[in-house]
Design a protein around this ligand. Structure first.
Ligand code: UQ1
Length: 400
């Protein structure tokens, strides 16, 4: 294949290992250790444009950048992630900016408030944890992870009168029943209250009150002692304002198995900003690479070869459920479990906690960001062959 010129348009100064953010919030990992200057990560020969895309012009195969320059392309890969949308709940931005007891681990600016907030909690008023209505947000499991990690902190601090409340507009804690069940069991053991089909619709940090809307439309005002907020998220404005590129929710509209844009064959999208109907995570991106990289090559070579349609919606979420244990949720489209390890991953595991804490960051920095890790599909196949007798439970559970 002739040498391809590659340009990366991104104005970020740093790249963060976001899967560490839940553990970093409770200082089980160091936040700054998993941060690198983006410039230092760009491979030799790649043109780093140091600007983000300000406007997409897909009809002209051109984008304009923040500095006003225009760049044309043969092929475009959109992987620009998501931004927080704090507008959906009045008062929350003010509370995040001004109340030390309100934080969100999803935003690095407010993640650093977590540790002090958790340690300042004395049991005076419930510790509340929210889940948003719109499920397009990244790392959905993190909304539950921080609940269990917090309870460990309260337990360590011996806060006997603690009250933890998880408020969700859904009827589950995690959308896949196989992994929801163990989480609910742990929540029950820890006396965590779950308010189903309810949502936090207003926050007033001056009086430390949240308003919860119930399924029947009635509203209840409750005092909080601590509030972890999970914001709604949306694609950056350059993406969502280009209506030719996006679906009704503002996400880049691609075919779910090839990641090719539904309207523009030379555009692909992966990761959080795409409308791939699966839970957004780094693990999901790793398996998307397995399909999208050859598809970019096929499109650039223009040989008429059919595109690969191998992405099955794989995603993974190591659900930290307290006491240094992890339920490793791995599933594809239709919530079908796709577990890699030869053990029942729906059971909280210390071994997987060690994998999550020590092995995953290495995999990420040394292989994933260099394009050398394209997901665990091959590993799963081999482990399944070697340990075939241990996997019966997963095969049986694919329906629920
Ligand atoms: C993974 O590939 C990945 O991205 C690099 C993660 O994020 C850090 C993960 O948490 C997981 C679980 C995977 C999947 C890898 C294996 C070995 C199951």
């Amino acid at each position: 294949m002739p040498k391809v010129k590659i340009g990366i348009a991104d104005n970020s100064e740093f790249h963060y290992y976001q899967p560490s953010w839940a553990l970093a919030a409770v200082r089980l990992l160091d936040f700054d250790r998993h941060k690198r200057p983006l410039k230092s990560m760009i491979p030799k020969g790649v043109n780093f444009l140091e600007n983000s895309v300000a406007r997409f012009m897909p009809e002209e195969n051109t984008v304009s950048l923040d500095d006003g320059s225009k760049v044309s392309y043969d092929c475009l890969l959109i992987a620009c992630g998501l931004e927080m949308n704090y507008n959906s709940v009045p008062g929350i931005k003010d509370a995040l900016d001004n109340d030390p007891q309100v934080f969100t681990i999803f935003d690095r600016l407010y993640n650093c408030k977590a540790f002090d907030a958790l340690n300042a909690y004395s049991g005076d008023g419930p510790a509340m944890y929210t889940y948003p209505m719109d499920e397009n947000f990244k790392c959905r499991g993190a909304a539950a992870k921080i609940l269990f990690l917090s309870d460990d902190v309260f337990e360590k601090n011996n806060i006997r009168n603690r009250r933890l409340v998880f408020v969700t507009p859904k009827d589950y804690m995690f959308s896949v029943p196989r992994y929801n069940r163990p989480l609910l069991k742990i929540a029950a053991q820890r006396n965590i209250e779950i308010r189903y089909e309810s949502e936090v619709c207003r926050v007033d940090h001056r009086s430390r009150n949240v308003t919860i809307r119930h399924p029947d439309g009635s509203e209840e005002v409750t005092r909080y002692g601590l509030l972890h907020f999970t914001p709604e998220m949306r694609t950056p404005s350059a993406v969502r304002s280009c209506l030719d590129l996006v679906d009704k929710s503002g996400f880049v509209q691609v075919h779910p198995d090839s990641m090719q844009h539904v309207k523009y064959p030379n555009i692909f999208s992966i990761g959080d900003c795409s409308n791939l109907p699966t839970s957004k995570s780094a693990a999901a991106v790793s398996e998307q690479l397995y399909t999208v990289v050859p598809n970019l090559q096929i499109t650039l070579q223009n040989t008429g070869e059919p595109l690969k349609t191998t992405y099955t919606g794989y995603t993974a979420c190591p659900l930290l459920c307290g006491h240094k244990r992890v339920v490793l949720a791995e599933f594809g489209y239709g919530k079908k479990p796709m577990e890699t390890f030869p053990l029942d991953q729906s059971k909280p595991s210390r071994l997987i906690y060690i994998v999550k804490k020590y092995w995953m960051p290495q995999l990420y920095w040394h292989f994933f960001v260099k394009g050398l890790w394209t997901g665990p599909a091959g590993m799963r196949k081999w482990l399944k062959r070697i340990f075939f007798w241990t996997r019966k439970d997963v095969e049986l559970s694919t329906v629920s």
